[in-house]
Design a binder for this molecule. Structure first.
Ligand code: FES
Ligand code: FES
Length: 173
């Protein structure tokens, strides 16, 4: 079942979300999972529908600085907290440093899992700018990649982490 086919039960109501720095009004049942609204109403297709059960990580977004699985978060749980999707991190012309590291490490095969991998990495580096290997593996351990590009994904996260650490180490100009 795709997100487009997913049931949307109950009467609609107006909810205002703060997504990628913009207030967005949506008409939806407050119980609607955030993922459906992002993809179906706001045309933000970075977050992917994988399992719909909170198990694969493909749908991850940032709520504040925390990575959450948007397929399991109802609109009513957001209460004005800022949501950042992959689209809010960077663009094709100006990718986020983590996106750049994933490109350079050639971490994509089909790419379906990468939204979640990148969002989880951004959240990791915000809370722990110098993660060791164990911390990286722990942050990604519940993100599934069916293509088996785990080695390249880990290399991408290490690259992004090394650059973040180097930036922190640079003396002020
Ligand atoms: S689609 Fe949300 S965790 Fe799999
Ligand atoms: S690159 Fe295909 S699922 Fe990870």
């Amino acid at each position: 079942m795709s997100a487009a086919d997913a049931p949307r039960n109950g009467p609609p109501g107006r909810t205002t979300l703060l997504v990628n720095g913009r207030a967005r009004a949506v008409e939806a049942d407050p119980a609607t999972p955030l993922l459906y609204v992002l993809r179906n109403d706001l045309a933000l297709n970075g977050p992917k529908y994988g399992c719909g059960l909170g198990e694969c990580g493909a749908c991850a977004v940032l709520v504040g600085d925390k990575a959450v699985r948007s397929c399991t978060v109802p609109l009513s749980a957001l209460r004005g907290r800022p949501v950042t999707t992959l689209e809010g991190l960077g663009t094709a012309e100006a990718p986020h440093p983590v996106q750049r590291a994933f490109i350079e490490a050639q971490a994509a095969q089909c790419g379906y899992c990468l939204n979640g991998m990148i969002v989880a990495t951004v959240a990791l580096l915000r809370r722990e700018p110098r993660p060791d290997e164990a911390a990286i593996r722990k942050a990604l351990r519940h993100h599934l990649c069916r293509c088996g590009t785990h080695i390249e994904i880990l290399a991408a996260v290490r690259l992004a982490a090394d650059r973040a650490a180097a930036d922190l180490a640079e003396p002020d100009a």
